[in-house]
Design a protein around this ligand. Sequence first.
Ligand code: SF4
Length: 164
Amino acid sequence: MIEADAPAVLPGLSAPACRNADPALFFPAYGVPLSQVQITAAKELCTGCPVREECLAIAVRSDESDGIWGGTTPLERRRMRLQLARMRQGAELARAVVSGEEPQVLQALRPAVVHSLFRMGWNAERIGCALAMTSSQVDQARAMAARSQAFLALMERHYPKGWT
Ligand code: SF4
């Protein structure tokens, strides 16, 4: 949640939608988890917020462990950070594959590796051969990576020089 008196994150954007909201809606009292009702209400406000993307990027980058930021809960942001880490690992593994190595690719990292190999210009058939995957497994992995890629793109837009 961007503070009410915070400057606009990007020039030309209007104030955060939560400017006049009850802070308790976004941040739990000490030791008390947000209720589902609070989460739903806060997320509704975030949905129409003009600085939602920026708010989310800030919270993910700083590993905010409390409150609703950019329409996400702490658990959802932890998952996003995990997705980003996997995309980064996947890119490293893809580079190893392209250079002729045969790295061990864990199941969880397959979508990220497949995605990176497509970005490097490999086609589905070549990827399938390199990673011992069927064409439907390659398609499935690519689809799974699409969501992470969208989030990665958001972070790159806001932190082009890196966010870690
Ligand atoms: S996205 Fe949500 S928490 Fe962030 S500034 Fe907007 S309304 Fe506030």
